[in-house]
Design a protein around this ligand. Structure first.
Ligand code: PEP
Length: 254
């Protein structure tokens, strides 16, 4: 299958340059499994991307937290995929629920963004996930399938995509999905890819979990067969992010 474990750190809208330097020096000093065991990507706010890229160890990579849906130009306040490529930023997070909910990004808009970013040479962490209301009404799988379909409708090169399953009710709430809850959705997403894209894409695409992952719960989650890593918010700003990276060892010994 060859799905290298993937751990992303989403720093969201946090940090000063001093704080960012401190996080980077903690990461640089960490002893973690090698790149063939775990791929590590951290995502600072746009303004700190060059600083982090320059100071971060070379075996860790950086991601932007968003980029514009098409070629740059008269779009005040936006950052284009071309600009990220120009700065050699390899990854971008798209479709995060905080942007879907607060800024009204639709499934189609996210699909367009993913396709455009890939067309410019970026790799994408594409986020999907249901709200608490949707989970309680039994529509979790329909919701994540529709979000994934909007991406699949526009994307041909799946080697550039990591899917992050992030239940909205688990993000920043301290309410982590149980390993069984997360595994169920990951397995359904993989089935969806198999039925609607291809068996090869289903087997090779990394599906990572996000939502209140921390140093204490990461190993049990990593032990689930369809969980290929994590997207981490709050805990990615803390030293325990290192423990989350090390959860990759669980897969190696599985
Ligand atoms: C996120 O924002 O992607 C996230 C998973 O946040 P947290 O880990 O804080 O729940």
């Amino acid at each position: 299958m060859g799905r290298t474990f993937f751990v992303g750190g989403n720093w969201k809208c946090n940090g000063t340059s001093e704080e960012v330097k401190k996080i980077v020096s903690t990461l640089n000093a960490a002893q973690v499994p090698s790149q063939d065991v775990v791929e590590v990507v951290v995502s600072p706010p746009f303004v700190f991307l060059p600083l982090v890229k320059n100071e971060l160890r070379p075996d860790f990579h950086v991601a932007a937290q968003n980029c514009w849906v098409k070629k740059g130009g008269a779009f005040t306040g936006e950052v284009s995929a071309e600009m990220l490529v120009n700065l050699s930023i390899p990854w971008v997070i798209l479709g995060h629920s905080e942007r879907r909910a607060i800024l009204g990004e639709s499934n189609e808009f996210v699909g367009d963004k993913v396709a455009y970013a890939i067309s410019q040479g970026l790799k994408v962490i594409a986020c999907v996930g249901e709200t608490l209301e949707q989970r309680e009404s039994g529509s979790t799988i329909d919701v994540v399938a529709a979000q994934t379909k909007a991406i699949a409708d526009k994307v041909t090169d799946w080697s550039k995509v990591v899917i992050a399953y992030e239940p909205v009710w688990a993000i920043g709430t301290g309410k982590v999905a149980s390993p069984a809850q997360a595994q169920e959705v990951h397995a359904e997403l993989r089935k969806w890819l198999q039925a609607n894209v291809s068996a090869e894409v289903a087997a090779s695409t990394r599906i990572i979990y996000g939502g209140s992952v921390n140093g204490a719960n990461c190993k049990e989650l990593a032990g689930q067969p369809d969980i290929d890593g994590f997207l981490v918010g709050g805990a990615s700003l803390k030293p325990e992010f290192i423990d989350i990276i090390k959860a990759a060892e669980v897969k190696k010994s599985a």
